[in-house]
Design a protein around this ligand. Sequence first.
Ligand code: BYC
Length: 329
Amino acid sequence: MYAQMVKSTGQGVKPREEMSEEERHFQDRVDAGEKIEPKDWMPEGYRKTLIRQIAQHAHSEVVGQLPEGNWITRAPTLERKAILLAKVQDEAGHGLYLYCAAETLGVSRDDLTEALLSGKMKYSSIFNYPTLNWADIGAVGWLVDGAAIMNQVPLQRTSFGPYSRAMIRICKEESFHQRQGYDIMMKMAQGTPEQKRMAQEAINRFWYPSLMMFGPSDKDSVHSAQSMAWKIKINTNDELRQKFVDQTVPQAEYLGLTVPDPDLKWNEETGHYDFSEPDWAEFYEVLKGNGPCNTERLEARRKAWEDGAWVRDGLMAHAEKRAARTAAQ
Ligand code: BYC
């Protein structure tokens, strides 16, 4: 099911002279900055790529609740607990906006969830890392939501209407998420030596996994060229990673924390930081399911899906009964 609906082709952009008339017209609309809406004609590859990317994003929002939810019961104050609860609920909401956007492309949320649970669809690599102490919640908000915003702000201009509109709502909330993460880091960094040490350990743990969130380096990215031609993606993976590093390093300095990269250096000539690439072998292992928490995360999603079956069945039975009653009237 998933393979027919979702698997996109990847690599290369179709040259204009090889496009059909419909494809050329479609590309002209995209180039002119028009929004594509669900009932408009679109190339099959465009539809599949969008389903893959939007659903992967939706799954990430939902799975992303798990490492943070892990700390709700142990938040250090009532205020921190209320803020974290609100943030985790926001992530669930983001997942819902995105599943709805994917559904406009002709897939069902059930199919997408099943594709996630069977390992055919991915979610962001970052959520396969554990949150070991409270400072990790700060690092997730600051770095992980920070990386997410860097990726998602340009996606507000993506060519597909429902995705673009979902991103506008999501970005508003993500900026609050990042601020709350930075606020936790600030408190910890200015706290006792032990708290500062915890904050430093959190950045040590989350720096490289956050850099991996942007995807493989441009030379290894399978989908970037076509996705950018269709304005499904606005920037390359490396462009966004560089922007993230440039924005985040001064924030770390302000906190008095060290970015765990001995080769990190401001480059006067380029006007950017030079930095070390993440360990791509680790990234691909995490994608294959071999990260520290892959099994645990999928187990939690599977359990939630199975535990919620009676609610879905009940709602369907109710809907069917209502439809039958209406038909009989
Ligand atoms: N993790 O050709 P490429 C969030 C896969 S934030 C897992 O460059 P593309 C949140 C990629 O799918 C996170 N897989 O691909 C934050 C492809 O494999 P398939 C969610 C990854 O699609 C805080 C292969 O590697 N954000 O939700 O052009 C709290 C080759 O890559 C990753 C989004 O999803 C990765 N990091 O670019 C709570 C944003 N990177 O599918 C929640 C929207 C790459 O061919 N997504 N892969 O088997 C995107 O912008 C793009 O999909 C990516 C990848 C930049 C992630």
